[in-house]
Design a protein around this ligand. Sequence first.
Ligand SMILES: O=C(O)CCC(=O)C1=CC=C[C@@H](O)[C@@H]1C(=O)O
Ligand SMILES: [Mg+2]
Length: 321
Amino acid sequence: MRQAQVYRWQIPLDAGVVLRERRLKTRDGLFVHLQENGREGWGEIAPLPGFSLETLDEVQPLVVAWARGWRSGASLPLPAPSSAAFGLSCALAELHDELPASADYRAAMLCTGDPDELFAALAALPGEKLAKVKVGLYEAVRDGMVVNLLLESIPDLQLRLDANRAWTPLKAQQFAKYVNPHFRSRIAFLEEPCKQRADSLAFALQTGITIAWDESLRDADFTFEPQPGVGAVIIKPTLTGSLQKVQQQVAAAKALGLTVVISSSIESSLGLTQLARIAAWLTPGTVPGLDTLQLMKCQLIRRWPESDLPCLQSDRLEPLL
Ligand SMILES: O=C(O)CCC(=O)C1=CC=C[C@@H](O)[C@@H]1C(=O)O
Ligand SMILES: [Mg+2]
């Protein structure tokens, strides 16, 4: 006998979460819960505003119809929108014991605001120091100085940077000018410096700063091919699609010798713990980009180890079936 439920949820976010120039006050999404023969599987469907092509209101009827169909024994194709394909494929993978349980809960410490806070947090961090800093939000020159200062004052620090395509080629150059050439190799990568991929590639070659693709993976004309200056790809499964598609992209990038970073689309703790499992499974040895629970006011269903945020269970969510 099959049982299925779909829940809708909303989590308040910290005041400061700004995505693509808009303030995000809440994170909204769905969970699907499948049960069969004493086994269960959960999945999270949470389109990210400004990044996902679909909205939650568009995917909700697709997910509800899919869950109703599954419950009555049908084997339906996964809905096309990436967030729905990802969440439903995760629920099926858990149900069929195809998503390994061991997880990589390490995270590159995410700094979106005050570098002083990052200094304090990094100083307290034992072992390998890895942080991700957002650039492109303020003046490029200020970004360059902050990055230089961080690398200068914390000698064992490696940085991941993310400009989200904010810079013109000129601004990207202004940034690079302030980063001591000696420190540039400690920038593990800089995600998406410029609007145009060709400008980002030219920047990498001119400055010796390794770049990474994130947004570009979703460009219609993107293909996996060797490109000098590109060292990594950031895979956000909620924006990519089914687990199978995630696996295909990971394999294509690895075949080119690229570092593959599994990264958050600001999922709830349930989705994040699944991403930590996907990272341990598909990209062992690479620290995933999952330090986004700190932006939220609570956890849902499953706990992220060491987070002391309250964790709400399904009785506090809105069932849709
Ligand atoms: O990749 C990480 O380390 C954390 C996730 C992260 O940086 C992002 C998640 C979602 C949207 C963006 O603001 C941002 C990114 O662009 O990579
Ligand atoms: Mg990015």
